[in-house]
Unconditional design. Structure first.
Length: 415
C-alpha cells in the first residue's frame, strides 16, 4: 500500500505557517507552565499521599472537595479512578511523612472528612481494620468459643475483610451480605457494634519529598542524556547540523507535549516520563528517515537547490511516514480510550507526541537544514547545498587527475 504516489507538495513554501503553528502551542504551553497550572507534577515527583476511596453511589467531586475543606484539607487533587461505574475516586493529599503513622493519618483525614452518618458507640465496618474487627469478635464471642476464641475469630475476621475488599471492592451495602462468609450469630453480633457508611478507603500510598526530588533529578538526566546521545550519533552518522536539527526538533516535541499536560492540568508521573523518552526515540527515528533521503538526494541532485532537494526528499518519504505514524497513532489512541485510568497519562503523552513528532520531522527538522545552509551561503562559508564543499573537493580532485564526471541534473530516487 502506498499513499501520495508522485507527491509534489511544497512543504518549505509553507514553513511560516508551520512556524506560526508551533509558536502558538509552544507559547501557550510556556505561559501555562509559568503563570497558570505550572508543571503539574504527580505524587511520584513532589511527594505526598494518595488515598483510594470507593463509594456505594456515584461520587460528587464538589461535595468531596467541600468536605475536605471543612477539615482543613484545602485544594486536594480529586479524580475519578478505575473503570466507569465502579464509583472509585483518587484523592491526592499533601501529607509527605514517610512512616506508618502517615498512612493512618491520610486514611483518618479522609474518613473524618467524609463521615456524615456517624452512629455513636459503633464503628464503621466499611472502614474498620482487620485488628478492630478481630478484637470486637474476641470480646463479644458470638459463637461462645470461650478459650478457643483467639484461635478461630482471627480467621473469621479475615474472611469478612477479604469479602468486603476483594469481593465487594471495599464497600458493602448491608451487613446481611456477610452471611455468605460468616455464621448468622457472627453477623448478628456485628450489627450490635458496627454501622455502614457509603464509602470505604481501601488503599493508601505515600511518596516522601526526598524520594520525589531524586526522581525529578533522574527524570531530567534521562531526557538530557537521550538528547546528548542523539546529537553525538547524528553528528557521527551525518553532520553536526543534522544532530543539532534533530535535538531542536525533539526539544520542540517535548515542550509541546509537556505544555499540553500543563494546559489540561494532568499530572506528570513516572509513566509519562517513560512515554516522553519513547517519543524522543520515535520522533528521532522519523527524522532520520527524512535526513537519510536528503543525504542520498544531495549526491544525485547536485545542481538542484537545497530547498528543492529537501522538498523532494520529504515527498518521497511521505507515504512511509503516513503509514507508520498512522498505524502507531491508532494503536495509542485505542490505548488512551480503552486502557483505563492507570495508563491514561502514558497514552495521552503518546497520542500528543506522535502527532507532534510526525509533524516536526517534516515541518521543523528539514527547514532548519535549509535555514542553516542559507546562513552559510550569506556568510560565504559554503556552497548551495549541505555537504557541497565535500562534493566540490571531490570534483576538483577528479579534474586534476584528468577525469571528468557527468552529473545528472535530476534523478528520480525510488522509495
Amino acid at each position: 500500500m502506498e499513499f501520495f504516489r508522485d507527491a509534489n507538495i511544497d512543504f518549505l513554501g509553507k514553513k511560516w505557517y508551520f512556524l506560526a503553528f508551533s509558536l502558538v502551542f509552544s507559547i501557550a504551553g510556556i505561559i501555562s507552565m509559568l503563570f497558570w497550572h505550572g508543571i503539574p507534577l504527580g505524587v511520584d515527583f513532589r511527594g505526598g499521599t494518595l488515598v483510594y476511596v470507593k463509594f456505594s453511589h456515584t461520587p460528587n467531586d464538589n461535595a468531596i472537595r467541600a468536605a475536605m475543606d471543612k477539615v482543613g484539607l484545602h485544594n486536594p487533587r480529586i479524580q475519578d479512578y478505575g473503570e466507569p461505574g465502579r464509583n472509585e475516586v483518587l484523592i491526592d493529599l499533601p501529607v509527605q511523612e514517610t512512616n506508618e503513622q502517615a498512612l493512618d493519618q491520610g486514611k483518618l483525614q479522609i474518613i473524618n472528612a467524609l463521615q456524615s452518618n456517624v452512629v455513636p458507640g459503633k464503628e464503621d465496618f466499611n472502614n474498620a481494620s482487620l485488628l478492630t474487627i478481630t478484637n470486637y469478635l474476641n470480646q463479644k464471642d458470638p459463637l461462645h468459643l470461650s478459650s478457643d476464641s483467639t484461635q478461630k475469630y482471627p480467621d473469621i475476621a479475615k474472611a469478612l475483610v477479604d469479602y468486603r475488599n476483594k469481593t465487594k471492592g471495599g464497600v458493602i451495602a448491608s451487613l446481611d451480605e456477610l452471611k455468605a462468609v460468616a455464621e448468622p450469630a457472627v453477623v448478628s453480633s456485628l450489627n450490635d457494634g458496627f454501622y455502614l457508611s457509603d464509602y470505604g478507603v481501601y488503599q493508601v500510598e505515600i511518596v516522601g519529598p526526598q524520594v520525589g526530588k531524586q526522581l525529578q533529578t533522574q527524570a531530567k538526566l534521562a531526557v538530557l542524556y537521550s538528547l546528548l546521545g542523539m546529537l553525538v550519533y547524528l553528528a557521527f552518522r551525518f553532520e553536526l547540523i543534522y544532530g543539532i536539527a534533530a535535538v531542536i526538533t525533539v526539544f520542540h516535541d517535548t515542550l509541546i507535549t509537556v505544555g499540553f499536560f500543563s494546559l489540561t492540568n494532568k499530572p506528570i508521573s513516572l509513566t509519562v516520563i517513560a512515554a516522553i523518552l519513547t517519543l524522543v526515540g520515535y520522533s528521532n527515528n522519523d527524522t532520520i528517515v527524512v535526513f537519510d533521503r536528503i543525504r542520498e538526494n544531495l549526491k544525485l541532485m547536485r545542481r538542484e537547490s537545497l530547498a528543492d532537494v529537501v522538498n523532494r526528499s520529504i515527498n518521497q518519504t511521505l507515504s512511509r511516514t503516513i503509514l507508520t505514524a498512522g498505524l502507531t497513532f491508532l494503536t495509542v489512541l485505542a490505548l488512551y480510550l480503552f486502557g483505563g485510568e492507570v495508563l491514561h497519562g502514558f497514552s495521552f503523552a503518546l497520542v500528543i507526541g506522535i502527532l507532534i513528532g510526525t509533524y516536526s520531522s517534516i515541518a521543523i527538522a528539514a527547514p532548519i537544514l535549509v535555514a542553516y545552509q542559507e546562513w552559510r551561503s550569506k556568510k560565504g562559508k559554503g556552497s548551495g547545498t549541505l555537504g557541497g564543499s565535500k562534493l566540490a573537493a571531490n570534483e576538483a580532485k577528479s579534474i586534476k587527475a584528468g577525469r571528468t564526471t557527468q552529473v545528472p541534473s535530476k534523478v528520480s530516487a525510488g522509495r
